[in-house]
Design a binder for this molecule. Structure first.
Ligand SMILES: [Zn+2]
Length: 319
């Protein structure tokens, strides 16, 4: 491949890395070395509405469910954190996220409902998770081979995919070719092996769970509660928070209190001299009675033996 210095992918990385010129220089070398990395970064950059940014500490490196938005945990960026020590390893992590979006390695919606039961919901969530992570992990695998680094997901994941694809040579593979598309298609040996390996890993935004538990819990919360799963503090979720028990053939969800992310409330201050202390419930405006309600006859009082006794005593003692 000829030396490329400007391309959609390189422009995108220049915007992401900003002042970190060593990272950009390393990306240009990697881009020219790995056809798969070049294709994935250009495809992501060429799509409309796609965005990538470095988020808050411990926010994890995650794609949104539609794949369009990638949040990068700062600990993943060399020179910013300790999780990654070299740029090629970081680019391999990005290849995984770009694979989610551009190779259609997205989570299929879970259509099972409460009526189908929690086990059916979990089964669909697991299939969606294995497929989505399998496709993204295949992208990560090919880029790791081409950049000669160990997959961020781990050497054992890399070994599992290598064993599954046998003698298939991916050293010059691009995902825009028929061979590349076949490798990353649902049900391919690479996608299946990568997805299965991923099932037992912890997601970076939910370190106390495995991917399987994360997918299960997300869908159970979505179906069984009024809580938006994206408002859950996933870093503090444990396997104990949600359990599905089967007794006498009936499955039921047992749920503990869910840890929620702290949100910033806009304090309601009815009086500028009033003081709202942190943690206090802000005072709500008083609710006026509906017009005419004061003239309405008093509501009938339910018959209550204690009240009846009190009324009887009051009549006896009244002058
Ligand atoms: Zn993933």
């Amino acid at each position: 491949m000829s030396n490329v210095l400007t391309s959609p992918g390189i422009t995108m990385m220049s915007n992401l890395l900003g002042a970190q010129s060593s990272g950009l220089a390393a990306f240009i070398v990697a881009y020219n070395k790995s056809p798969a990395l070049a294709g994935l970064s250009d495809s992501f950059a060429n799509k409309t509405g796609e965005a990538m940014s470095v988020g808050l500490p411990s926010s994890g490196t995650v794609s949104s469910s539609n794949g369009q938005t990638i949040n990068i945990d700062p600990s993943m960026v060399p020179n910013l954190g300790a999780n990654q020590t070299n740029w090629n390893s970081f680019f391999d992590t990005l290849a995984h996220e770009w694979g989610h979006d551009t190779l259609n390695g997205l989570y299929a919606p879970v259509t099972a409902t409460i009526l189908d039961g929690p086990l059916a919901i979990e089964a669909q969530a697991n299939t969606a998770q294995v497929n989505a992570e399998g496709v993204a992990t295949t992208a990560e695998f090919v880029v790791a081979v081409q950049l000669q680094v160990t997959m961020h997901s781990g050497s054992w994941v890399q070994a599992a995919i290598a064993a599954a694809i046998g003698s298939t040579d991916v050293s010059t593979l691009s995902f825009s070719t028929p061979a590349g598309m076949a490798l990353a298609s649902l049900g391919s040996p690479a996608v299946t092996a990568g997805g299965n390996a991923y099932s037992s890993l912890p997601p970076s935004n939910a370190l106390k769970l495995t991917y399987t538990q994360y997918a299960d819990d997300w869908n159970i919360i979505e179906k069984y509660t009024n809580v938006d799963p994206s408002s859950v503090d996933w870093q503090n979720m444990t396997p104990a928070n949600i359990a599905v028990l089967t007794v006498d053939g009936y499955s039921t969800v047992v749920m503990e209190a869910l840890p929620l992310k702290k949100t910033t409330l806009t304090p309601y201050l009815p009086d500028p001299t009033g003081l709202t202390l942190p943690g206090m419930v802000p005072p709500f405006p008083s609710i006026e009675a509906a017009p005419g309600s004061e003239a309405a006859p008093p509501a009938a009082v339910a018959v209550d033996p204690v009240n009846r006794l009190r009324r009887a005593l009051a009549r006896l003692t009244s002058p």
